[in-house]
Write a protein that binds this ligand. Structure first.
Ligand SMILES: C[C@@](CO)(OP(=O)(O)O)[C@H](O)COP(=O)(O)OP(=O)(O)OC[C@H]1O[C@@H](n2ccc(N)nc2=O)[C@H](O)[C@@H]1O
Ligand SMILES: Nc1ncnc2c1ncn2[C@@H]1O[C@H](COP(=O)(O)OP(=O)(O)O)[C@@H](O)[C@H]1O
Length: 289
């Protein structure tokens, strides 16, 4: 038996870091939304009782460090499953990019194994398992657009933003999420207006959404990866209506409603950055499969 699931990336339209907690995490307030750049997860039943990972990308661990492996192991333990699974990961999402590629692979694995082993887990149960793998995994279980609080696991689904093109450019460097949070000094950090962003999305006010894009972590990554500022400036010059770094970065995204402008921004970045994509926001809570 084989179950296939789509694992879409996310971007953070607004990301505020409120305080450092005692457990090593930070309290956040974010607006996240899925985009139509996806990995593909294929789960195939194995005769032997083991978890095997196969990934199409280098840099992605194929052992217990893989988030999909960790998700499968947690499910096997919780439901006392003695069957094995081969998890084939076809990577499209750049790795360590601020786009939650690994988290989305874990979430898609949870959805796939729920079907393959007929576990009848509710969305809440899948989110609880996801939370044990990483802060962004519960969001990746539901997808769509949501406010995320706590360390990212407390979710309030909201309406989707109005349709537009999202151009993504990842400079040829990767950053560690833990290091970026660690280097953040909250004394002089910028704090985006998350509530105003939620309101702008509810009003379907595209230009207000563009104006309110903000990310507390951006200044930290900017100071380590100079290409982030260069790409931001370039996207603005080429006519993007709003530009921001996603998550802990270093991927930068730009928004436009015009296909011709999307093409211009995309083409002008293609020679400069190894990873450039032009995608759409995902509308609504489409079934993630
Ligand atoms: C910054 C964000 C924004 O969506 O995304 P990415 O850039 O990773 O895509 C997330 O907060 C990342 O979530 P995720 O990548 O799941 O992080 P986790 O694996 O749970 O944690 C990795 C490390 O990041 C730090 N961390 C993470 C989340 C959080 N709210 N506070 C933290 O301080 C902790 O040091 C933790 O050990
Ligand atoms: N399935 C996976 N896909 C990508 N990276 C993974 C995966 N499982 C574990 N990792 C590890 O997680 C780290 C962060 O990757 P990723 O989830 O792509 O980035 P981000 O947290 O910035 O969105 C990588 O450096 C990689 O070692």
């Amino acid at each position: 038996m084989k179950v296939i699931e789509r694992a879409p990336a996310k971007i953070n339209l607004s990301l505020d870091v409120i305080r450092k907690r005692n457990d090593g995490f930070h309290e956040v307030n974010m607006v996240m939304t899925t985009i139509d750049l996806s990995d593909r997860i294929e789960c195939t039943a194995l005769d032997t009782d083991q978890i095997k990972i196969n990934s199409s990308a280098s840099f992605v661990p194929e052992d217990a460090r893989n988030f999909a492996y960790q998700a499968a192991k947690l499910i096997k333990q919780k439901y006392n499953i003695h069957q094995g699974v081969l998890i084939n990961i076809l990577k499209e999402i750049p790795v360590a990019a601020g786009l939650a590629g690994g988290s989305s692979d874990a979430a898609a694995t949870i959805r796939a194994l729920n079907k393959m082993w007929n576990l009848k887990m509710s969305v809440e149960e899948m989110m609880a398992i996801g939370e044990e793998v990483g802060s962004d995994v519960p969001f990746c279980i539901i997808g769509g657009t949501a406010i995320a609080k706590g360390r990212g696991e407390k979710l309030i689904p909201i309406a989707s933003p109005p349709p537009c093109w999202v151009i993504l450019a990842k400079p040829p460097v990767s950053v560690s999420t833990a290091e970026i949070y660690q280097s953040l000094s909250l004394n002089n950090a910028p704090h985006p207006d998350v509530q105003a962003m939620v309101q702008a999305i509810e009003n379907q006010d595209y230009f207000q959404i563009c104006a309110l894009l903000g990310n507390t972590l951006e200044s930290v990554t900017l100071s380590k990866v100079q290409e982030v500022s260069q790409i931001k400036a370039h996207m603005k010059r080429m006519g993007a209506d709003g530009v921001l770094m996603s998550g802990s970065g270093p991927t930068v995204f730009g928004l436009t409603r015009y296909e011709s402008r999307m093409q211009r921004i995309y083409n002008s970045l293609k020679g400069y950055c190894p990873h450039v994509y032009a995608v759409h926001l995902c509308r609504g809570r489409e079934p993630l499969e």
